[in-house]
Design a protein around this ligand. Structure first.
Ligand SMILES: [Zn+2]
Length: 263
């Protein structure tokens, strides 16, 4: 299923499903004809989506080194001779990497400027791609709707700082996540904050969308601020529910992550 954004002639974002619950996004700049993919869970599906639009792949933007984000890198690079971009941390395990980037670097896709933010936590080299002119950020497995990535390599302190970088983006920013985990995240979030009205409304919306097999992402910074417990670790309402009122936010974050891991 696709979420087509924007008008003809403007840069487009196309989100589609891959494998069982991964999402993939193409960014296409129609002026230059350049097209980037964020992560490559499934080369065959990505080729199908490109060919359906007569697009050539010019860039692969890697969020992190887990197999379901890099599996198609070499096949796509061979087919399209595209540039593979990834974090300088963990860079040596990203297949076919041509350019290693770090926090603050910029990538040019035609006239579009894509900014790199480093978000360690899920992995140490995890990076996300922010496109200010499209009001969109591609976050891989750092953030999910009402959830966040498991801490495989980084500490809770790392991840809390990473999440604050996303929280600081403009509230209207669309967040493109790497997986459809929203419904199970929603149950957990609601168990922590049963009285949160915005959360109740979002859960109802998510249940409606999933009943029709529709995606629940992209989500938005302003929506996650109100509903995502991992973004709300410094909010008194949530701290109270955890009997941690006034605790440092990174400690509250660590407690929420641990409870979710055991849920
Ligand atoms: Zn991952």
């Amino acid at each position: 299923m696709n979420t087509e954004s924007s008008l003809l002639g403007k840069p487009e974002i196309i989100q589609f499903s891959c494998l069982s619950d991964n999402y993939c996004s193409l960014i296409h700049d129609s002026v230059s004809g350049q097209t980037a993919i964020i992560d490559t869970p499934d080369a065959a599906e990505i080729i199908r989506q490109l060919e359906a639009r007569n697009w050539q792949l010019s860039h692969i933007l890697t969020t992190h080194h887990h197999w379901d984000h890099i599996d198609g890198h070499l096949e796509l690079k061979q087919r399209y001779n595209c540039e593979v971009i990834g974090s300088e941390v963990n860079g040596d395990i990203i297949p076919g990497i041509d350019r290693a980037v770090e926090h603050g670097d910029q990538i040019q896709l035609g006239e579009l400027v894509i900014e790199v933010l480093s978000t360690p936590g899920h992995t140490l080299g995890h990076i996300v791609y922010w496109v200010p002119s499209l009001d969109a950020v591609f976050v891989g497995d750092t953030l999910f709707s009402m959830g966040c990535g498991r801490l495989f390599e980084g500490s809770p302190q790392d991840m809390w700082q990473s999440i604050q970088k996303l929280r600081d983006l403009p509230p209207t920013t669309a967040i493109y996540c790497g997986h459809e985990y929203t419904q199970s995240n929603a149950r957990f979030a609601l168990s922590l904050e049963p009285d949160n009205i915005a959360l109740q409304q979002r859960v109802a919306e998510v249940d409606r969308l999933r009943a029709e097999n529709l995606p629940t992402v992209p989500t938005y910074v302003q929506q996650e601020l109100l509903t995502n417990p991992f973004m709300r670790a410094d909010q008194p309402e949530l701290q109270q529910q955890l009997n941690m009122l006034g605790y440092p936010a990174d400690q509250v974050f660590a407690e929420i992550r641990q409870q979710k891991d055991q849920a």
